[in-house]
Design a protein around this ligand. Structure first.
Ligand code: SF4
Length: 502
């Protein structure tokens, strides 16, 4: 067959796409482009995960009888030239990458190499571009909740005819608990020793300028390993996922999260397969409550699909959006972890150790602080993109730039900012912190507090008329009347002048 599936490092499955339709023994192309891995100071575990998973997938396809052409090169362009020099008859066929501009880039590179490329729908999502666009019907802003309900109806997942199972679409009010002291997080699956991972980890360490720990790469790199992780989650962790999904505890980096995003984002698990498994677990396993199952399915069937389409609809503007005109640099401690703010030090430590921290650590610690500090969204986006094992440009740009930093307004209806109050309620970080979460100014006051009021005062012209901010501005008015805003502003000036000691 002249059609040769070109499998990208994020499409590692033979269960869908051009590879699923290729005849036995067909040629298959995989390219390791090393220059790509030098563009950012990526987490060591992230590069190890992707390269080891590609190498494992190469071996899997060879064992299954495919004629695998596995090229290592500095750039995709170099590898494509090599490929077409040897296979001038071939037409490459690939699933569309969700990254903005990648289709055009790949088309240009293949044309420069004198070859042909066909790009087809990315089947590693539950929804299609056409279906979303029909649903959106030309709208310029989007609401996740409406999209999610539509996806539930279309897919029939957790549906009882026309109605949601249990009669409610949303169990958020039951999913915001902090565990009692005696609660122990269910075990996270421990990494299996894997010689390909070990070799790849050593090679990544000596080849690239990476960030993060080089010890204990824990992410599965094969289909079987990913399936084991899924089963482990369903059995041990899903029952507690719902109620404690927003909670943060110092010694429980994993809490009861699925830890599956990294392998879903490289194609080892299909999102629909995970959604169906969670739905079945709810029906078959007594321990799995509806709020846990629905909370997990919402992330995959709703949020993941939603951000992918919103990204597609709003790029390239979204990547450089900055409606609050934030221009500060990202404090160095995001890279070093050296800060006295315990919530940030612990969370950055988690990211450093494993390339992972959960959604509330991302949103309400890392992005919240950066938004209050006034960090330019593009810079924070790049930090997340580099440091998280599950991060890709289509993932982080909507999550960080829009949800985290309210830089555009395409779906966020207000900034997700809070004072120390939220972190104190949802974590145990404040008890071990050198700062006092109840104080706003003065020696030892938690920086989140003064920064929060200063943020609201600084952005008043842009935010006060937002009806969702009314309550917050009534508190700003009270502080102004009490004459507190000046001291708050001075405290923030001080914090900024001494950022390295915060
Ligand atoms: Fe974070 Fe402030 Fe709590 Fe310290 S007191 S952990 S800085 S919120």
């Amino acid at each position: 067959d002249d059609d040769v599936p070109w499998v990208l490092g994020t499409h590692l499955t033979e269960r869908c796409g051009p590879l699923a339709r290729a005849p036995d023994g067909n040629r298959v192309l995989l390219i390791e482009a090393h220059g790509f891995a030098r563009r950012l100071p990526y987490h060591h575990h992230k590069l190890t995960l992707v390269f080891a998973a590609m190498r494992r997938f190469r071996d899997r396809l060879s064992d299954a009888g495919y004629n695998v052409i596995y090229l290592k090169a500095e750039t995709f362009g170099d590898a494509l030239e090599t490929f077409f020099a040897e296979h001038p008859d071939a037409t490459l066929v690939t699933m569309r990458s969700p990254s903005y501009g990648s289709e055009r880039r790949f088309r240009d590179l293949v044309a420069d190499a004198g070859g042909d490329l066909r790009v087809c729908e990315n089947e590693l999502f539950v929804s299609t571009r056409g279906a979303f666009d029909e649903w959106a019907d030309g709208a310029e802003t989007f609401t996740h909740e409406q999209f999610y309900r539509w996806m539930r109806r279309e897919s029939g997942v957790l549906m009882d005819g026309e109605d949601p199972v249990g009669g409610e679409w949303n169990f958020d009010d039951q999913n915001r608990e902090f565990p009692p002291e005696e609660w122990e997080a269910p075990p996270a699956p421990s990494p299996e020793p894997d010689v390909v991972v070990e070799e790849t980890a050593a090679w990544v360490e000596s080849t690239f300028d990476t960030w993060g720990s080089t010890e204990e790469v824990r992410w599965p790199v094969t289909r079987e390993g990913a399936r084991d992780h899924l089963e482990h989650f369903l059995e041990h962790r899903l029952p507690a996922f719902g109620p404690y999904q927003d909670a943060m505890r110092t010694d429980d980096w994993e809490m009861a999260h699925s830890l599956l995003s990294a392998v879903i984002n490289i194609g080892l698990l299909h999102p629909l397969e995970v959604i169906k498994a969670v739905e079945t677990a709810y029906h078959d396993r007594d321990a799995v409550s509806l709020p846990s199952a629905e909370g997990c399915i919402r992330q995959l069937l709703g949020w993941r699909e939603f951000v992918r389409h919103v990204y597609r609809q709003t790029m390239p503007e979204l990547a450089s959006a900055n409606q609050l005109e934030a221009t500060a640099s990202l404090p160095d401690f995001y890279w070093t972890g050296e800060t006295g703010m315990n919530c940030l030090a612990e969370t950055i430590g988690d990211v450093y150790d494993r390339g992972y921290a959960h959604h509330i650590q991302r949103l309400m610690v890392l992005a919240n602080f950066a938004t209050l500090w006034g960090v330019e969204p593009r810079e924070l986006n790049e930090w997340f993109h580099a440091t998280y094992v599950d991060a890709y440009h289509w993932v982080t740009t909507p999550n960080v730039v829009e949800m985290g930093q309210y830089a555009h307004g395409v779906f966020a209806t207000k900034p997700y900012v809070s004072s120390a109050n939220y972190v104190d309620r949802m974590s145990d970080y404040c008890a071990d912190c050198r700062y006092d979460s109840d104080e706003t100014t003065g020696e030892g006051a938690c920086p989140f507090n003064a920064l929060y009021w200063d943020f609201l005062a600084r952005n008043e012209a842009k935010l006060r008329d937002n009806h969702r901010m009314r309550l917050m501005y009534s508190h700003v008015d009270a502080k102004r009347e009490a004459g507190d805003l000046e001291a708050i502003r001075e405290h923030v000036v001080d914090l900024r002048a001494n950022v390295d000691d915060v």
